[in-house]
Design a protein around this ligand. Structure first.
Ligand code: CA
Length: 229
C-alpha cells in the first residue's frame, strides 16, 4: 500500500483515478490545482504523485519543477500530448514516468507499482532480491514484507522503508536528517516526522521506547537498529 497524491482538476478523471488506486489498496489524497498539490506535498508527504499536466492555475510542468525543488518524491505525469519533445521535456523536468491520456486503470496501476519499486531507498534496492536478516528480524525487499520472529508485521509503505533502511545499516547510528533524505526523499521535512513513524514501528514490533530491543534512539544523534542485544 502506498499513499498517492492525485493532482487533477477534472472531477470525472479524478473519481476514476481514486477508484483504480483505492482498488489496488492505495490510500489516495487529491488536489484540484497546482498550488494545492504543492501544499499537499509538504503537508502530507505522499509516497508518489500522479500529476495531470493541464491544470487551471499553474502549468503542470512548473508544478513538477516546483515539486523537484522541495522533494524527491516519485512523480508520474499524465499528459495529453504523445510526442517526443513533450516526453523529453517531462523527463528532464524530473518526472519518473509518464502516462499518455487516455490510459487504462491497469496501465496506471502497473506504472505506479514500477515507479515505486525503482524508488525504494538505494540501500534497500541494492540488497536486491536478497533478504535482510538482523537477529529475529527478517526483511524481504522484493516481496516488501517484514517478519519478526516469524510473524509478519503489518507495515505501511513508509514504515517498511524506514525499517528496511535501518536494517540495511544495522548497528550504525543514522541521523534523522539522513533518514529524511534517503527514505522520505524530502530533506526539508520536520525531523519529528521520523519519530512519529518510529513510534508506530515500535508499537507494531512490540517495543518499548524506554527499553527497546531493536530500535534505539541515540540522544542528539539519531536512530540505530541494534543487531545483537
Ligand atoms: Ca486537466
Amino acid at each position: 500500500m502506498a499513499s498517492v497524491l492525485v493532482v487533477e482538476d477534472d472531477a470525472v478523471i479524478r473519481a476514476a483515478l481514486i477508484e483504480v488506486l483505492s482498488g489496488h489498496g492505495h490510500a489516495v489524497r487529491t488536489a484540484h490545482q497546482g498550488f494545492e498539490g504543492l501544499r499537499e506535498v509538504t503537508r502530507h508527504p505522499p509516497d508518489i504523485v500522479v500529476l495531470d499536466l493541464g491544470l487551471p492555475d499553474l502549468d503542470g510542468l512548473d508544478v513538477l519543477r516546483m515539486i523537484r525543488g522541495i522533494s524527491r518524491v516519485p512523480v508520474l505525469v499524465a499528459t495529453a500530448r504523445d510526442d517526443e519533445t513533450e516526453i523529453i521535456r517531462l523527463l528532464n523536468a524530473g518526472a519518473d514516468d509518464y502516462l499518455v491520456k487516455p490510459f487504462s486503470g491497469g496501465q496506471l496501476a502497473a506504472r505506479l507499482a514500477a515507479v515505486l519499486r525503482r524508488s525504494a531507498p538505494a540501500d534497500v534496492r541494492a540488497a536486491g532480491g536478497s533478504d535482510l536478516r538482523v537477529a529475529d528480524l527478517h526483511i524481504d525487499p522484493a516481496a516488501r514484507t517484514a517478519r519478526l520472529a516469524g510473524r509478519e508485521l503489518p507495515l505501511t509503505r513508509r514504515e517498511f522503508d524506514l525499517l528496511a533502511y535501518l536494517a540495511a545499516h544495522a548497528d550504525q547510528v543514522i541521523s534523522r536528517q539522513r533518514i529524511l533524505t534517503e527514505v522520505w526523499r524530502q530533506p526539508y521535512l520536520e525531523e519529528q516526522t521520523v519519530d512519529v513513524h518510529l513510534s508506530a514501528l515500535r508499537r507494531k514490533m512490540g517495543e518499548k521506547a524506554r527499553q527497546p530491543r531493536y530500535l534505539h534512539t541515540v540522544r542528539g544523534i539519531g536512530i540505530k537498529l541494534v543487531g545483537s542485544p
